[in-house]
Design a protein around this ligand. Structure first.
Ligand code: SF4
Length: 319
């Protein structure tokens, strides 16, 4: 792509800009376009003071009881006016995208309103992660113009999926059919000894259903989860390496904890974990990830201050 003038590009495509250790990063939520200008690295004093992506757990509530669930079990729900203030602040801080999650975000009464607000009042890419069983035609049409991407959790297929999620697999497939061609979607797949053998089948199915991405999440020892064992991990490497040419045309990603063990196409090599991603839990605590026990309570203060505090804490811990 030929860029005559950086300002021209941002005006016509509503691109957002971040500066960091890898260069100047441009992003458009409309088409997911990412451009990295790395011929000149900006000085550290100019780096964008925010994470690139932030996930927000709207609620800890969920109507499923999955065996490997990572979500905290105490009841907590975020107030939607507080979330709206954070969206505005994150947009101006330089965050590219936010992902609502939980628990189950479709159980939060403000989900549609928050997605609409984010789409209309900010340039943030708006996504959310769901178990997919509440995706009715009505909800999808309410969300259609307000959401850039939906992530649907699918662990195992058919009877294996049903033994984990206790919901009909065919119902999930019908709900994914409803998304096809309406809202871009991807699949989040937790890999453990129980789900690994279904993975090739799940990849094929998701390709047929029109998924844009398949995110592999090796199970981690958080909440009810257990760490993926070595045998399952080596099977995972074989499956990823030998996937069929059909599924190779679908984007396959892996959680960042395991990125060094696989051949990946990482664009932002020098970005630190906290420059890449942060999480706000359903109690309003700003953290490095949803798995972290500790973080900085935002309270009535600004996200900018909480992020600065979080960055300083991490520097102190690691230096
Ligand atoms: S893993 Fe997700 S869908 Fe399952 S119980 Fe936990 S929050 Fe609910």
């Amino acid at each position: 792509m030929y860029i005559k003038n950086k300002n021209d590009v941002t005006q016509h495509n509503e691109l957002k800009i971040r500066k960091g250790p890898d260069g100047v990063h441009l992003f458009s939520r409309q088409n997911g376009l990412n451009i990295l200008l790395d011929d000149e690295i900006p000085p550290e004093s100019d780096w964008t003071p925010s994470p690139r992506q932030v996930s927000i757990a709207l609620t800890n509530d969920c109507d499923l009881r999955c065996a490997h669930c990572y979500a905290p079990k105490h009841r907590s729900t975020l107030d939607k006016s507080r979330v709206k203030d954070w969206l505005l602040e994150m947009d101006s801080m330089g965050v590219f995208g936010i992902g609502f999650g939980g628990g189950e975000p479709t159980l939060h009464e403000g989900l549609v309103e928050l997605c609409q607000f984010g789409q209309e009042e900010t340039k943030l890419a708006i996504s959310f992660t769901t178990h997919g069983h509440s995706l009715t035609p009505e909800l999808i049409s309410q969300l259609k113009s307000h959401v850039n991407f939906i992530r649907v959790s699918m662990d195992g297929t058919y009877s294996n999926y049903e033994s984990i999620r206790k919901r009909p697999f065919k119902q999930l497939l019908s709900n994914l059919e409803l998304l096809k061609g309406r809202i871009p979607f991807g699949i989040n797949y937790v890999v453990n000894s129980k789900t690994i053998d279904d993975l090739p089948n799940a990849l094929e199915l998701c390709k047929e259903l029109g998924a844009d991405e398949f995110l592999i999440l090796p199970e981690v020892p958080v909440g009810f989860g257990k760490k993926i064992d070595d045998v399952t991990l080596s099977k995972l490497k074989e499956i990823v390496d030998s996937r069929s040419s059909t599924t190779k045309s679908m984007r396959v990603s892996i959680s960042s904890d395991y990125k060094n063990q696989f051949v990946t196409a990482i664009g932002l090599q020098k970005e630190s974990d906290l420059q890449g991603f942060a999480h706000i839990d359903a109690s309003g605590v700003f953290k490095l990830s949803s798995f972290d026990k500790n973080g900085v309570p935002i309270g009535g203060g600004s996200l900018t201050n909480a992020y600065r505090q979080l960055t300083n804490t991490i520097r102190v811990e690691f230096e």
